[in-house]
Design a protein around this ligand. Structure first.
Ligand code: SF4
Ligand code: SF4
Length: 271
Protein backbone atom coordinates (compact mmCIF):
# COMPACT_ATOMS: atom_id res chain seq x y z
CA UNK A 1 0.00 0.00 0.00
CA UNK A 2 1.39 3.36 -1.00
CA UNK A 3 0.44 6.14 1.39
CA UNK A 4 -0.45 9.30 -0.55
CA UNK A 5 -1.77 12.61 0.64
CA UNK A 6 -4.74 12.99 -1.66
CA UNK A 7 -6.83 11.39 -4.40
CA UNK A 8 -9.82 12.90 -6.20
CA UNK A 9 -12.67 11.55 -8.31
CA UNK A 10 -14.95 13.49 -10.66
CA UNK A 11 -18.62 12.54 -10.28
CA UNK A 12 -19.94 15.07 -12.80
CA UNK A 13 -18.12 16.82 -15.65
CA UNK A 14 -20.36 19.90 -15.85
CA UNK A 15 -21.18 22.64 -13.39
CA UNK A 16 -23.94 25.13 -12.71
CA UNK A 17 -21.30 27.85 -12.24
CA UNK A 18 -18.85 29.14 -14.82
CA UNK A 19 -15.65 30.13 -13.03
CA UNK A 20 -13.18 31.46 -15.57
CA UNK A 21 -10.25 29.08 -16.07
CA UNK A 22 -11.80 26.29 -13.98
CA UNK A 23 -9.02 23.73 -13.60
CA UNK A 24 -11.51 20.95 -14.41
CA UNK A 25 -12.82 22.80 -17.54
CA UNK A 26 -16.27 22.41 -15.97
CA UNK A 27 -17.15 26.01 -16.86
CA UNK A 28 -17.12 25.10 -20.55
CA UNK A 29 -20.34 23.23 -21.20
CA UNK A 30 -19.24 19.66 -20.52
CA UNK A 31 -21.87 17.07 -19.77
CA UNK A 32 -21.84 13.56 -18.38
CA UNK A 33 -21.84 11.87 -15.03
CA UNK A 34 -20.02 8.89 -13.57
CA UNK A 35 -22.19 5.93 -12.61
CA UNK A 36 -21.77 4.23 -9.25
CA UNK A 37 -20.72 1.07 -11.14
CA UNK A 38 -17.99 2.94 -13.05
CA UNK A 39 -16.73 4.52 -9.85
CA UNK A 40 -16.71 1.16 -8.09
CA UNK A 41 -14.77 -0.39 -10.97
CA UNK A 42 -12.10 2.34 -10.72
CA UNK A 43 -11.92 2.27 -6.93
CA UNK A 44 -11.52 -1.52 -6.83
CA UNK A 45 -8.51 -1.28 -9.12
CA UNK A 46 -6.66 0.90 -6.63
CA UNK A 47 -7.96 0.45 -3.10
CA UNK A 48 -5.46 -2.31 -2.32
CA UNK A 49 -2.55 -0.27 -3.66
CA UNK A 50 -3.19 3.34 -2.66
CA UNK A 51 -3.94 4.59 0.83
CA UNK A 52 -4.88 8.28 0.51
CA UNK A 53 -4.98 10.45 3.61
CA UNK A 54 -7.81 12.41 1.94
CA UNK A 55 -10.20 11.23 -0.76
CA UNK A 56 -12.25 13.98 -2.43
CA UNK A 57 -15.51 13.61 -4.32
CA UNK A 58 -15.94 16.53 -6.67
CA UNK A 59 -16.58 17.62 -10.23
CA UNK A 60 -17.80 19.73 -11.93
CA UNK A 61 -20.49 20.12 -9.33
CA UNK A 62 -21.06 16.78 -7.57
CA UNK A 63 -24.44 17.78 -6.11
CA UNK A 64 -25.84 17.67 -9.68
CA UNK A 65 -25.43 13.88 -9.47
CA UNK A 66 -28.67 12.13 -8.45
CA UNK A 67 -26.77 9.36 -6.59
CA UNK A 68 -24.51 11.65 -4.59
CA UNK A 69 -25.06 10.00 -1.15
CA UNK A 70 -24.24 6.62 -2.72
CA UNK A 71 -20.78 7.88 -3.71
CA UNK A 72 -19.95 8.84 -0.13
CA UNK A 73 -20.82 5.32 1.05
CA UNK A 74 -18.96 3.76 -1.91
CA UNK A 75 -15.77 5.74 -1.26
CA UNK A 76 -15.93 4.82 2.42
CA UNK A 77 -16.22 1.09 1.60
CA UNK A 78 -13.10 1.29 -0.55
CA UNK A 79 -11.01 3.56 1.68
CA UNK A 80 -12.18 2.91 5.27
CA UNK A 81 -9.66 5.21 6.97
CA UNK A 82 -9.42 8.12 4.50
CA UNK A 83 -10.70 11.55 5.36
CA UNK A 84 -13.60 11.93 2.87
CA UNK A 85 -14.30 15.38 1.49
CA UNK A 86 -17.35 16.24 -0.57
CA UNK A 87 -16.23 19.38 -2.41
CA UNK A 88 -19.26 21.34 -3.58
CA UNK A 89 -20.49 24.82 -4.38
CA UNK A 90 -23.63 23.74 -2.50
CA UNK A 91 -26.25 24.86 -5.01
CA UNK A 92 -27.97 21.47 -5.28
CA UNK A 93 -27.35 19.96 -1.86
CA UNK A 94 -31.05 20.39 -1.10
CA UNK A 95 -31.76 17.68 -3.68
CA UNK A 96 -30.11 15.11 -1.38
CA UNK A 97 -32.16 14.80 1.82
CA UNK A 98 -30.48 11.48 2.71
CA UNK A 99 -26.97 12.94 2.52
CA UNK A 100 -26.83 14.18 6.14
CA UNK A 101 -27.78 10.71 7.42
CA UNK A 102 -24.95 9.15 5.41
CA UNK A 103 -22.51 11.76 6.72
CA UNK A 104 -23.80 11.43 10.28
CA UNK A 105 -22.66 7.80 10.26
CA UNK A 106 -19.19 8.83 9.10
CA UNK A 107 -17.28 11.08 11.52
CA UNK A 108 -14.28 11.20 9.18
CA UNK A 109 -16.25 12.77 6.31
CA UNK A 110 -17.12 16.38 5.70
CA UNK A 111 -18.80 18.73 3.27
CA UNK A 112 -16.27 21.19 1.94
CA UNK A 113 -18.26 24.19 0.74
CA UNK A 114 -16.37 26.12 -1.83
CA UNK A 115 -17.47 29.76 -2.20
CA UNK A 116 -16.83 31.34 -5.58
CA UNK A 117 -17.60 35.04 -5.27
CA UNK A 118 -18.31 37.80 -2.81
CA UNK A 119 -20.75 39.84 -4.93
CA UNK A 120 -24.15 40.57 -3.34
CA UNK A 121 -25.95 38.44 -6.00
CA UNK A 122 -23.79 35.47 -5.09
CA UNK A 123 -24.10 36.02 -1.35
CA UNK A 124 -27.88 36.13 -1.74
CA UNK A 125 -27.88 32.73 -3.43
CA UNK A 126 -25.58 31.41 -0.73
CA UNK A 127 -27.97 32.22 2.13
CA UNK A 128 -30.35 29.25 1.70
CA UNK A 129 -27.36 26.94 1.24
CA UNK A 130 -25.82 28.15 4.50
CA UNK A 131 -29.18 27.84 6.25
CA UNK A 132 -29.54 24.26 5.02
CA UNK A 133 -26.03 23.39 6.16
CA UNK A 134 -26.59 24.97 9.56
CA UNK A 135 -29.70 22.83 9.97
CA UNK A 136 -27.77 19.67 8.99
CA UNK A 137 -25.05 20.57 11.48
CA UNK A 138 -27.50 21.06 14.31
CA UNK A 139 -29.79 18.11 13.44
CA UNK A 140 -27.19 15.55 12.38
CA UNK A 141 -23.89 16.82 13.77
CA UNK A 142 -22.20 16.66 10.37
CA UNK A 143 -18.93 18.44 9.66
CA UNK A 144 -18.84 21.36 7.23
CA UNK A 145 -15.81 23.38 6.19
CA UNK A 146 -15.95 26.44 3.99
CA UNK A 147 -13.33 27.74 1.64
CA UNK A 148 -13.21 31.10 -0.17
CA UNK A 149 -11.95 29.65 -3.42
CA UNK A 150 -12.27 32.92 -5.38
CA UNK A 151 -9.44 34.38 -3.32
CA UNK A 152 -6.04 33.68 -4.86
CA UNK A 153 -7.70 32.78 -8.20
CA UNK A 154 -5.30 32.40 -11.13
CA UNK A 155 -5.60 31.21 -14.72
CA UNK A 156 -4.26 27.78 -15.59
CA UNK A 157 -4.66 28.27 -19.34
CA UNK A 158 -5.34 31.14 -21.70
CA UNK A 159 -8.77 31.68 -23.27
CA UNK A 160 -11.46 29.03 -23.42
CA UNK A 161 -13.24 26.63 -25.77
CA UNK A 162 -11.59 26.20 -29.16
CA UNK A 163 -9.50 29.32 -28.49
CA UNK A 164 -7.91 27.87 -25.37
CA UNK A 165 -4.12 27.85 -25.40
CA UNK A 166 -1.43 26.50 -23.08
CA UNK A 167 1.15 28.84 -21.57
CA UNK A 168 4.23 27.01 -22.89
CA UNK A 169 6.51 29.25 -20.83
CA UNK A 170 9.30 26.69 -21.05
CA UNK A 171 9.74 26.57 -17.26
CA UNK A 172 7.92 23.40 -16.18
CA UNK A 173 9.71 23.26 -12.82
CA UNK A 174 8.55 26.75 -11.95
CA UNK A 175 5.02 26.03 -13.24
CA UNK A 176 4.87 22.97 -10.97
CA UNK A 177 6.27 24.79 -7.95
CA UNK A 178 3.59 27.48 -8.25
CA UNK A 179 0.75 25.09 -9.09
CA UNK A 180 -2.31 24.79 -6.80
CA UNK A 181 -3.11 21.33 -8.20
CA UNK A 182 0.24 19.65 -7.78
CA UNK A 183 -0.97 17.31 -5.05
CA UNK A 184 -4.39 16.55 -6.53
CA UNK A 185 -4.10 13.35 -8.59
CA UNK A 186 -7.29 12.16 -10.25
CA UNK A 187 -8.83 8.71 -10.46
CA UNK A 188 -10.37 8.79 -13.93
CA UNK A 189 -11.36 5.89 -16.20
CA UNK A 190 -9.55 3.43 -13.94
CA UNK A 191 -6.22 5.25 -14.18
CA UNK A 192 -4.36 7.75 -12.03
CA UNK A 193 -3.66 11.14 -13.57
CA UNK A 194 -1.23 13.71 -12.25
CA UNK A 195 -3.88 16.45 -11.98
CA UNK A 196 -7.28 17.56 -13.26
CA UNK A 197 -5.97 19.76 -16.11
CA UNK A 198 -4.27 16.69 -17.64
CA UNK A 199 -7.04 14.20 -16.84
CA UNK A 200 -9.88 16.10 -18.47
CA UNK A 201 -7.95 17.73 -21.31
CA UNK A 202 -9.13 15.08 -23.72
CA UNK A 203 -12.75 16.00 -22.97
CA UNK A 204 -11.90 19.56 -23.94
CA UNK A 205 -10.23 18.36 -27.11
CA UNK A 206 -13.19 16.14 -28.04
CA UNK A 207 -15.61 19.02 -27.58
CA UNK A 208 -13.59 21.91 -28.98
CA UNK A 209 -10.90 20.38 -31.25
CA UNK A 210 -8.08 22.21 -29.52
CA UNK A 211 -5.17 23.72 -31.43
CA UNK A 212 -2.00 21.76 -32.16
CA UNK A 213 -0.25 23.46 -29.23
CA UNK A 214 -2.00 20.96 -26.97
CA UNK A 215 -0.70 17.89 -28.76
CA UNK A 216 2.21 17.13 -26.39
CA UNK A 217 -0.09 17.47 -23.39
CA UNK A 218 -2.79 15.27 -24.92
CA UNK A 219 -0.15 12.55 -25.17
CA UNK A 220 0.29 12.43 -21.39
CA UNK A 221 0.16 8.83 -20.13
CA UNK A 222 -1.63 8.20 -16.82
CA UNK A 223 -0.71 5.37 -14.47
CA UNK A 224 -2.51 2.11 -15.27
CA UNK A 225 -3.55 -0.35 -12.58
CA UNK A 226 -1.25 -3.08 -13.93
CA UNK A 227 1.82 -0.95 -13.08
CA UNK A 228 4.59 -2.43 -10.96
CA UNK A 229 5.16 -1.25 -7.40
CA UNK A 230 8.27 0.59 -8.60
CA UNK A 231 6.28 2.43 -11.28
CA UNK A 232 3.67 3.38 -8.71
CA UNK A 233 6.25 4.77 -6.29
CA UNK A 234 7.98 6.60 -9.14
CA UNK A 235 4.68 8.15 -10.27
CA UNK A 236 3.99 9.69 -6.88
CA UNK A 237 7.56 10.87 -6.39
CA UNK A 238 7.64 12.69 -9.71
CA UNK A 239 7.40 16.43 -9.35
CA UNK A 240 7.51 18.58 -12.49
CA UNK A 241 7.05 16.87 -15.82
CA UNK A 242 7.18 18.24 -19.34
CA UNK A 243 3.37 18.43 -19.19
CA UNK A 244 3.66 21.13 -16.53
CA UNK A 245 4.81 23.42 -19.34
CA UNK A 246 1.15 23.92 -20.30
CA UNK A 247 0.57 25.80 -17.03
CA UNK A 248 1.80 29.29 -16.22
CA UNK A 249 5.28 29.71 -14.80
CA UNK A 250 4.13 33.04 -13.32
CA UNK A 251 0.47 32.65 -12.38
CA UNK A 252 -1.18 36.01 -11.80
CA UNK A 253 -4.01 36.51 -9.34
CA UNK A 254 -7.09 38.17 -10.81
CA UNK A 255 -10.59 39.04 -9.69
CA UNK A 256 -12.81 36.17 -10.76
CA UNK A 257 -15.80 37.47 -12.75
CA UNK A 258 -19.15 36.60 -11.21
CA UNK A 259 -19.56 32.91 -12.17
CA UNK A 260 -23.36 32.87 -12.34
CA UNK A 261 -24.09 31.60 -15.81
CA UNK A 262 -26.80 33.54 -17.65
CA UNK A 263 -28.16 30.28 -19.11
CA UNK A 264 -28.07 28.38 -15.85
CA UNK A 265 -27.80 30.92 -13.05
CA UNK A 266 -27.83 28.29 -10.33
CA UNK A 267 -31.17 29.48 -9.02
CA UNK A 268 -32.10 27.46 -6.00
CA UNK A 269 -35.17 27.13 -3.88
CA UNK A 270 -34.92 25.40 -0.56
CA UNK A 271 -38.11 24.95 1.35
S1 SF4 B 1 -17.73 25.79 -9.12
FE1 SF4 B 1 -16.35 26.85 -10.54
S2 SF4 B 1 -14.31 25.98 -10.11
FE2 SF4 B 1 -15.82 24.59 -9.22
S3 SF4 B 1 -16.20 23.05 -10.80
FE3 SF4 B 1 -17.74 24.67 -11.06
S4 SF4 B 1 -16.88 26.05 -12.60
FE4 SF4 B 1 -15.19 24.79 -11.79
S1 SF4 C 1 0.42 19.86 -15.38
FE1 SF4 C 1 1.81 20.24 -13.63
S2 SF4 C 1 1.70 22.45 -13.25
FE2 SF4 C 1 -0.06 21.91 -14.55
S3 SF4 C 1 -1.76 21.52 -13.15
FE3 SF4 C 1 -0.76 19.58 -13.54
S4 SF4 C 1 0.74 19.33 -11.87
FE4 SF4 C 1 0.15 21.49 -11.97
Amino acid sequence: MKRIRHLEIHLVHGCNLCCESCSHYSNQGHKGILSLAEAEFSMKLWNQRLNPHTFSLLGGEPSIHPDLPGFVALARRHWPTAHLRLVTNGFFLHRHPTLPTVLQRDPNACIYLSIHHDAPQYKEKLQPILALLRSWISDYGIRVETYLSFKNWTRGYQGSGSGMEPYNDGLPRQSWERCHAKYCPQLFEGKIWKCAPLAYLKLQDAKYRLSGSWKPYLQYQPLASDCSDEQLVDFFHREEELSCGMCPANPVKFKLPLPLNSLNPGIIKIS
